[in-house]
Design a protein around this ligand. Structure first.
Ligand code: SF4
Ligand code: SF4
Length: 111
């Protein structure tokens, strides 16, 4: 019988070959954007529940709101969190692009 092709399996297959540092840097990881409803005081956490790698956690930021943060070192780019997000706040991007975006955000913050 043919193996079932799933979205998760497809992403796992794409990300599974990362072995060298160059491969690791170009491997995809999830990024949670500003659309996440947890930061607006709405309880959701579907992505955290869908993540078998336990890469997504939530931290209280006051006023009943939470910020979702993602451990890049645990994320394997499987993509399971993307499809469960009701507001499409999660994207897969390469690790090197994520580092670049994060570095630019740090530069914009007041010292
Ligand atoms: S892509 Fe997979 S491993 Fe990474 S945060 Fe989403 S569900 Fe977890
Ligand atoms: S599934 Fe989407 S809206 Fe819900 S907690 Fe995760 S990123 Fe936020």
């Amino acid at each position: 019988m043919a193996a079932e092709l799933t979205r998760r399996g497809l992403f796992k297959g794409l990300a599974g070959g990362a072995k060298t540092e160059a491969d690791r840097q170009s491997a995809s990881v999830a990024q949670i954007g500003e659309g996440c409803v947890e930061a607006k005081g709405v309880s959701c956490r579907r992505c955290g529940e869908a993540c078998d790698a336990d890469a997504i956690h939530f931290k209280p930021i006051g006023g009943g709101r939470n910020t979702a943060f993602l451990a890049d070192t645990l994320c394997n780019g499987c993509g399971a969190c993307l499809s469960v997000c009701p507001v499409n706040a999660i994207a897969l991007i390469s690790l090197d692009r994520k580092a670049l975006v994060s570095g630019l955000a740090d530069l914009r913050r007041p010292a």
